[in-house]
Ligand binder design. Structure first.
Ligand code: TYD
Length: 190
């Protein structure tokens, strides 16, 4: 089973991804929990660029794709082949949203990614209004860096929401307690 959590910054994806991993581990499944950008060389470059100066739009898109190609080849595909439950905190839907917000066509991004990246069985879209998301980020003490600007997040949120009617997608209201969101996620499992 291949499950992806998506949503704008501050929606609680990482916390929910961990809880979901624990849910499956407790039931005896082998879980591969991972995230993008990855901790590999391209992902590290991307994370650093949020603070040291963002790459040009073309370079940034290209780097997310390199990071993902490596992630699919070295981790995601082997884990799926081994029969593991694979849970990802962000995937190519984030490229559609964030690089789409930066001017690229989300449909083209999707096509380019689905040429090499497996489509998940379940896409959980954690949805939260941008105001609340920003206040959550603030309360975590993160700096409001460029990735996290308001107008940008509004565009990203709209692109995530445009995916909600895909047969493999479930919209999750993230404006609730961690426990309540976790319950909805369990209820969305096939
Ligand atoms: P994030 O999951 O927020 O990492 P962290 O919790 O370590 O800050 O990801 C960092 C940023 O990368 C986030 O603002 C979204 C952005 N991003 C893209 O722009 N495109 C992508 O394809 C991915 C996977 C992430």
């Amino acid at each position: 089973m291949f499950i992806v959590l998506e949503g704008i910054d501050g929606t609680g994806k990482s916390t929910q991804a961990k809880r979901l991993a624990e849910h499956f581990t407790a039931r005896g499944r082998t879980v591969t929990l991972s995230r993008e950008p990855t901790d590999g060389p391209w992902g590290t470059l991307l994370r650093n660029s949020a603070n040291t100066g963002r790459l040009s739009p073309e370079e940034e898109l290209e780097t997310f794709l390199k990071d993902r190609r490596q992630h699919v080849a070295e981790k995601i595909a082997p884990a799926l082949a081994a029969g593991n439950v694979v849970i990802l905190d962000r995937y190519y839907f984030s490229t559609m949203a964030y690089q789409g917000a930066r001017g690229f066509d989300p449909r083209k991004i999707r096509e380019d990614n689905e040429a090499f990246a497996p489509v998940p069985d379940l896409l959980l879209i954690l949805d939260l209004d941008v105001e609340t998301a920003l206040s959550r980020i603030g309360s975590r003490g993160d700096t409001a860096n460029e990735f996290e600007q308001r107008a940008n997040l509004e565009r990203c949120r709209a692109i995530f929401l445009s995916l909600k009617d895909e047969p493999f997608a479930r919209l999750i209201d993230a404006n609730r307690s961690t426990g309540e969101v976790a319950q909805s996620i369990l209820a969305a499992l096939p």
